[in-house]
Ligand binder design. Structure first.
Ligand code: SF4
Ligand code: SF4
Length: 392
């Protein structure tokens, strides 16, 4: 029987935006050039005037819709975004096994002074030497002499915020002019991470890239407000709640509405939706300057209803129930990279295999009954089953 999740299609596959096809990665350079020419000749500019906000105490003035590069296979998409005013590009050492920084490097070539680059050290890099090594590699791969915002990748608690070696590494890199500002990223225990940034007596970190969307709870919004008031620059990720789509929504895109929902919060400086191709670029940056409306609210209601059977918020509440210690939230995040709008099996597998073996769904193999309970009623056993067979 076809499951509800099987019906889920890629984010925006139904959007026939007409500007450029969606499979940009497959477009050979001459075809791409022709497509861009046609785009310029036949359409009025689909790009709005950029809207900027200040990224907390860094003072960086960045576009409210900035560029999440994690899924972008084609440097030309990044180039076009920059040419139309987008000025903050977020990548990571980890994405595409290091290839993503290479793509960003090509995309920003010759335009470095027009923009800010944010990247992330590898999640597993903990020592001073490892952090410095990651940054040196990023500088080389990106083809730049400095990184504007260096981020600790994927914090799930406050410990690393206070780690002395991490701070020593960043202080040294700052002194050398190799990095300008330091931040963290978080998808889980966001409230603890945000509060730790504020409660840190040294206020060492300047920014937080945080999972934040219309499904986030009030506690997350309050922690974001508190951090923003303390001068921490807030950038929202996962604004589109996984980028899932369902045929049941007809020709209505919930993604612009989801982005607008996030940006209506003045504590959020920007969001960095992943943009794979020109179609997604146009759809996302068109949001700049658009108000959030009642119709958007209705769209989000319908979207929430459609994704309810499979959307995991990574809250981790179920994990105490699993006596084998499976990190269900991270397994589900990996699964989302494979089954949601990302459709990125490499990222899904990389995220899954980062977990210690005993915390993966391998532990479920001879577990007779799943006793972990989801606060949102998800079928955890079925998800673990799919992760084990598809991602190991
Ligand atoms: S099936 Fe459920 S309870 Fe059993 S190991 Fe897996 S997550 Fe834990
Ligand atoms: S499966 Fe449910 S309880 Fe577990 S992390 Fe996801 S949303 Fe939270």
């Amino acid at each position: 029987m076809e499951s509800a999740e099987k019906k889920v299609m890629n984010r925006r596959t139904f959007i026939k935006a007409g500007m450029v096809g969606t499979a940009t990665a497959l477009i050979a350079p001459p075809v791409l050039a022709n497509t861009l020419q046609q785009m310029a000749a036949s359409e009025p500019s689909p790009f709005p005037k950029p809207v900027y906000r200040i990224l907390g105490r860094t003072g960086l003035k960045i576009t409210v819709v900035s560029f999440g590069a994690m899924l972008t296979p084609e440097p030309e998409v990044i180039r076009v975004a920059i040419e139309h005013g987008v000025n903050y590009i977020d990548t990571a050492r980890k994405y595409m096994g290091g290839k993503n920084e290479e793509i960003v490097g090509k995309g920003v070539k010759g335009m470095r002074e027009k923009l800010f680059i944010a990247t992330k050290t590898l999640p597993e890099s903990k020592t001073k030497a490892e952090i410095i090594r990651d940054v040196e590699t990023s500088l080389k791969t990106l083809g730049t002499d400095h990184i504007d915002v260096i981020q600790l990748h994927n914090l799930t608690g406050k410990e690393r915020i206070f780690n002395a070696e991490t701070r020593e590494a960043f202080v040294q890199l700052k002194k050398q002019g190799k990095v300008r500002f330091c931040g963290v990223t978080t998808h889980k225990n966001e409230v603890e991470v945000l509060n730790a940034l504020v409660d840190d007596p040294d206020r060492f970190f300047d920014t937080c890239l945080v999972k934040y969307n219309f499904k986030s709870g009030k506690e997350v919004s309050s922690a974001i407000d508190r951090a923003a008031s303390a001068g921490i620059g807030i950038i929202a990720m996962k604004a589109m709640v996984g980028g899932y789509d369902t045929s049941g929504l007809g020709n209505i895109t919930p993604y612009q509405a989801a982005l607008k929902w996030v940006l209506q919060n003045p504590s959020v400086t920007a969001s960095i939706p992943g943009m794979k191709d020109f179609s997604q670029l146009r759809e996302d940056i068109a949001v700049m300057g658009m108000p959030f409306t009642y119709a958007d609210l209705r769209r989000l209601d319908r979207y929430a209803e459609a994704i309810a059977p499979f959307y995991c918020s990574f809250c981790g509440s179920c994990e105490a129930g699993c006596l084998r210690g499976v990190e269900i939230s991270t397994v589900n995040r990996a699964l989302m990279y494979a089954e949601g709008g990302y459709r990125d099996i490499t990222l899904a597998r990389a995220t899954y295999t980062e977990l210690p073996q005993q915390a993966t769904a391998a532990a479920c193999v001879d577990c007779e009954v799943c006793v972990a309970r989801c606060v949102n009623g998800l079928d955890i056993a079925a998800k673990m089953d799919r992760a084990r067979t598809g991602l190991a």
